[in-house]
Design a protein around this ligand. Structure first.
Ligand code: ARG
Length: 412
């Protein structure tokens, strides 16, 4: 009996060709494994296609709930956003896929796993670093990195082997979709000067076509996890879907990013992440109310590290566990409600409240009821400014009684 390999199967052209190609080239029996992380595909059709093309078995797993609860929401609690722009949709899904691939490989007694990534991207790294961490004995095959076929040659190969070529192959774009967002690459987008054509967007309306009246949405959080929309409690997957639809209707969540890939390439990416855009903004607004300045400053540093480790395929690391432990600890009072206004492609926080708020009206108000002791401020300023005065006198260019600060021409 031939050895078995579990292939991460999307139903697209490359992984369909891979089923045949792996059998031909390596002799493995191929088990096609399709993971639903919110890809919006017809999974029954994908399953049938895998079998038709020659897989000995075709499995489909709905992983949306696990993805939302154990991958997306922890990243949201961390405010993980790569290079200040990309909310990490694809990057979050790959370690989960690696984990599930390994699980199936062990269950099925397979000796290898395969994925459809090319050799130029981040996804190959995320898959393989994850797989190697979880099951180092499994062999990993990446056909698209090995076969050296162009797009045309892949289509020819498919036609020769009676593999259906989807009509979407005529699309010039490479698109990846999951619950947390869509990414679009290739075609005219490869010139970073080109504005993305309207056709690349599927979840967000063009701001020219959005309602002329703003929309409002209230997100309820428990310990940094969004749990309700407009007062209605929801499971994670429904909540993300609901927020995505609301925000998309108002054109919120379009991102145009020239990003640094792990493999050293700069690439131009268009993202659509309506839910992520709203929820990240809401979450940060609630943190601004419930965390101290020191917690916030340190958490910002953690957020950047957290985003980088996700992007760079380091999910299954002790470093991740350590950062997550810190993040979880910070979230214990991040509960409350945030109100946002969606209008013509913009999203703004317009209200927030929390039972654990550190915002104190008595301290903040300029009206009557002011409890802040202003008479204590001169003493505070005297001591706060002490090292500044000492250094200015000792080291800065003091002329007479005034500091000689050079102002730009005409700037005086
Ligand atoms: N640039 C993004 C990332 O590295 C998106 C990748 C999309 N992947 C894909 N196979 N189309 O996470």
């Amino acid at each position: 009996m031939a050895d078995k390999i579990v292939l991460a199967y999307s139903g697209g052209l490359d992984t369909s060709v891979a089923i045949k190609w792996i059998k031909e080239k390596y002799g493995y029996d191929v088990i096609a494994f399709t993971i639903d992380v919110g890809n919006e595909r017809d999974f029954t059709a994908i399953r049938e296609k895998a079998l038709k093309v020659g897989a000995i078995k075709a499995l489909v797993k709905d992983a949306k709930q696990v993805f939302a609860d154990y991958y997306i929401f922890p990243a949201l609690q961390a405010n993980a956003v790569y290079e200040g722009q990309y909310p990490l949709a694809t990057a979050l899904s790959r370690p989960l896929m690696a984990k599930l691939l390994v699980d199936v490989a062990l269950e099925e007694g397979a000796s290898a796993v395969a994925h459809g990534c090319t050799g130029k991207g981040n996804d190959q790294v995320r898959f393989e670093v994850g797989i190697n961490a979880l099951a180092p004995h499994l062999k990993v095959i990446a056909p698209a990195r090995v076969w050296g076929m162009t797009r045309e040659q892949t289509i020819k190969y498919a036609q020769k082997h009676d593999i259906p070529v989807p009509i979407t192959v005529s699309s010039p774009y490479s698109i990846d979709v999951c619950l947390w967002g869509r990414s679009i690459e290739c075609g005219v987008l490869e010139d970073p000067w080109n504005e993305p054509p309207e056709e690349v967007f599927a979840w967000t309306k063009s701001p020219g076509e959005t309602p002329n009246k703003p929309g409002y949405v209230e997100i309820g959080f428990e310990k940094g996890i969004p749990v309700s929309v407009d007062g209605q409690e929801m499971d994670s997957v429904s909540l993300i879907g609901k927020v995505s639809a609301l925000a998309g209707e108002h054109g919120v969540g379009r991102i145009d990013h020239v990003e640094n890939r792990l493999v050293g390439i700069k690439s131009r990416e268009i993202y659509e992440a309506p839910a992520a855009t709203v929820l990240l903004q809401a979450h940060q607004a609630l943190e601004a109310m419930t965390l101290s300045r020191m917690q916030m400053r340190f958490k910002d540093l953690v957020a950047q590290q957290y985003a980088d480790l996700i992007y760079n395929g380091l999910w299954f690391t002790a470093f991740h566990q350590d950062l997550d432990a810190y993040v979880q600890s910070t979230q214990r009072f991040v509960s409350g409600t945030v109100r946002l206004k969606l209008f013509k492609g913009t999203c703004r926080v317009v209200g927030r409240k929390s039972p654990f708020s550190l915002y104190n009206y008595g301290l903040a108000t300029y009206d009557k009821g002011d409890q802040f002791d202003q008479s204590a401020s001169p003493g505070f300023i005297h001591i706060w400014g002490l090292p500044v005065r000492v250094q200015a006198q000792a080291q800065l260019n003091v002329q007479g009684d005034t500091l000689d600060i050079k102002l730009p021409e005409g700037g005086g």
